[in-house]
Design a protein around this ligand. Structure first.
Ligand code: SF4
Ligand code: SF4
Length: 670
């Protein structure tokens, strides 16, 4: 026996059988993939064919580098072993297929130094894959990590991969034992050979031919099973990572409201309203459950668990596959089956806080928030079906430009007597526009923080102005509650005012306003350099333009706002300020920085009731309190509201929640 040894046992009839097996095996895969591809083409258009260089880099880091997998080092390790092992072994598998198809075909490369080096590494990788499978069995069967969705399919795939590895090692072992090949460059197969030592040539030939056939038969079974299981990601994951969203994570796509007619579909109502990339996300989910591990709605027993939501829409997609792809050619009507409430409970759609933990966690770059917000858009704009508590907020935005429903002319009242110029009076003589936002304008505590930031900016000699009654809410919550019309109206109104005053730089103390102004207003011709209050103030301290000299005697835990931290990557500025204030002790919660848990207010949830499960703010406060203090520092007005409520609800009337900017202002006082 040698490397092209298939010819020595297949014979003519064996080759014919192998051709038949290959035609069925490969044909089945092509058939399944072509149907899945046709289905994908039923999705809405979405341009993900830009920025190729960035996309290749993204694939290198997240697909081949497996960057996010190592958030869970144990799972990351065994997945890495299986992933790379599979890549290396697949080269040998392809050569085996060619041996079978063209019996007698010599593969001289395998008998060269390069071939031996490859076979050596292939042998080692096969052992590593088996080791990875042992870890996977332990993780699924013994450790049973709660986030993972248990399924029989996972066990089948583990079994199939094990068969693939073991049969290849056994077939090589038989050849070594028969003296047909040298075992020096196949160290693991040589171990199998030692088990076969002493058997006759006929037995070794039989072992070789049986393991060869089982290996290739298993390969075709495996390849055909993938498109029908959560392991479809073996085919799709690299594409999914390649076509990932490269825009700022917090930027929602803008709906075209200029060209609306009677056929316009607002948001997502049926399965074919998802874009092709959103469908590719569905194909790619491996049900690892990382997305639900620290999802606030999952942790507080609400109906939304991201992976289960995705599974339900994926099941619907597959259920409708036959009907959809047999629809006649161009102009096919798409799905006629509404997703809400039959496939997806409305409570699932309204529960999301848009905190993006799920997207941060997903190793395959699957997105959730865009899908959920687009489903809200359909409910709001087409069906007028939304939680009734959202109605007053929508009305407030419409009538007064703020969800508090307070008069627009009172927006600048917090600044009375502080000698803060309005942009209309400043004649362009300001560096920063202080975009105050609705909570900073109307909420009692928010107003205190606005005054604190104004005081700091003045102390540092920063020239700034406010819009006063000309400012309207950015519309962040309206947009995330699905009211795109309202959002765009507010955005265009604000942009017109700001562009009229030649605004170039904006500082805001609200992370939601920060995200929307920085990433979403450019779609409406609003292009500004936007900084969060903590970022600007941290720079002022670093430049020596202000000094924090007064001790603040507090011991507190810092809560990262989702829209400043996970969504916009700013973790250090607020920490720098807290650590610079004399006398202040800062504690870190176990879930902090990019693993921080949401306070429950994002995604417009600030304006909705929370009737199901435990309250998210209370769970978050408990996590902060577990650091050993009851005092909390925040950098977001909504987080302030949720966490101070949690303190009160917990009977801790004396405990404080304070904004970082307030603390800086206190430390300035001389
Ligand atoms: S965005 Fe947050 S709340 Fe919404 S599904 Fe993801 S983790 Fe859960
Ligand atoms: S969406 Fe991502 S993180 Fe969630 S289960 Fe699927 S693959 Fe895992």
């Amino acid at each position: 026996m040698d490397h092209a040894t298939a010819s020595s046992f297949l014979g003519i009839s064996g080759v014919v059988w192998f051709w038949a097996l290959t035609v069925v095996g490969v044909g089945g895969v092509v058939f399944s993939l072509s149907r899945r591809f046709s289905l994908l083409r039923m999705g809405r258009a979405e341009d993900r064919f830009d920025r190729f260089g960035e996309r290749f880099k993204h694939v290198l880091v997240y697909a081949f580098g497996q960057k996010k997998m190592f958030d869970d080092p144990f799972a990351g390790l065994y997945h890495l072993l299986i992933f790379y092992g599979f890549l290396v072994v697949s080269i040998r598998t392809v050569t085996m297929v060619f041996e079978g198809l063209f019996a007698g075909l010599e593969l001289p490369l395998l008998d060269t130094g390069i071939g031996h080096a490859y076979l050596f590494s292939k042998d080692i990788f096969e052992a590593l894959v088996l080791l990875g499978l042992v870890f996977a069995v332990w993780r699924r069967g013994v450790q049973r990590k709660g986030r993972v969705i248990q399924s029989s399919g996972a066990w089948i795939v583990i079994g199939l991969i094990a068969i693939l590895m073991l049969t290849d090692l056994a077939s090589e072992g038989a050849r070594i034992a028969a003296g047909a090949i040298d075992g020096n460059y196949l160290p693991v197969s040589a171990l199998f050979a030692s088990l076969l030592a002493g058997f006759s040539g006929d037995v070794l030939q039989a072992v070789y031919s049986w393991t060869w056939w089982i290996h290739l038969f298993t390969l075709y079974v495996f390849a055909n099973e993938l498109p029908y299981s959560k392991h479809f990601h073996v085919y799709t994951s690299i594409f999914n990572v390649f076509f990932a969203k490269l825009d700022a994570p917090g930027k929602l796509p803008s709906m075209d409201l200029e060209n609306v007619d009677e056929n316009t579909r607002f948001g997502i109502s049926t399965i074919t309203d998802f874009t092709w990339k959103q469908m590719l996300d569905m194909y790619t989910c491996t049900e690892c459950g990382r997305c639900r591990e620290f999802c606030p709605t999952t942790l507080t027993d609400k109906p939304l668990q991201p992976v289960l939501f995705l599974k339900s829409v994926r099941n619907q997609l597959y259920k409708e596959q036959q009907e959809l792809i047999s629809s006649p050619g161009d102009g096919a009507p798409g799905s006629q089956h509404e997703l809400v409430p039959v496939v997806v409970d409305p409570e699932v759609i309204w529960a999301c806080t848009t905190c993006r933990w799920c997207e941060r966690a997903c190793p395959l770059d699957i997105s959730y928030v865009d899908k959920i917000v687009e489903m809200r858009q359909n409910l709001v704009l087409e069906k007028a079906e939304f939680p009734e508590e959202a109605q007053p907020a929508f009305r407030g935005y419409e009538v007064n430009g703020n969800p508090w429903q307070l008069p627009a002319e009172e927006r600048g009242k917090w600044a009375e007597g502080l000698d803060i110029p309005l942009a209309s009076e400043a004649g362009g003589d300001f560096e920063y526009l202080f975009f105050v936002g609705s909570p900073g304008s109307y909420d009692d505590h928010g107003k205190k923080v606005s005054r604190a930031l104004a005081k700091i900016l003045k102390a540092a000699g920063v020239k700034f102005a406010i819009l006063g009654p000309e400012e309207a809410s950015t519309g962040d919550a309206a947009r995330r509650l699905g009211n795109e019309y309202l959002f765009q109206t507010l955005a265009m109104q604000n942009v017109e005012v700001m562009n009229g005053y030649g605004v170039k730089k904006i500082v805001t103390n609200c992370p939601h306003a920060f995200n929307t102004l920085a990433h979403e207003y450019p779609d409406f011709n609003g292009n500004y350099e936007v900084v969060h209050g903590t970022q600007l103030v941290a720079d002022l301290v670093r430049q020596g333009r202000i000094e924090l000299t007064q001790a603040v005697d507090l011991d507190l835990a810092f809560h990262d706002p989702c829209y400043l931290g996970r969504t916009n990557g700013e973790y250090d500025a607020p920490r720098f300020l807290l650590n610079t204030i004399p006398g202040l002790k800062v504690r870190e919660a176990e879930l902090s920085r990019d693993r921080s848990m949401c306070c429950g207010a994002g995604g417009g949830r600030m304006w909705l009731e929370e009737d199901l499960g435990r309250r998210i703010n209370q769970l978050r406060f408990d996590q902060l309190r577990a650091t050993g203090t009851q005092e909390v520092a925040v950098a977001c007005p909504y987080c302030f509201s949720m966490l101070s409520d949690a303190q009160r609800e917990g009977g801790l009337e004396d405990a404080q929640t304070v904004d970082v900017i307030e603390l800086v202002a206190r430390a300035l006082e001389a």
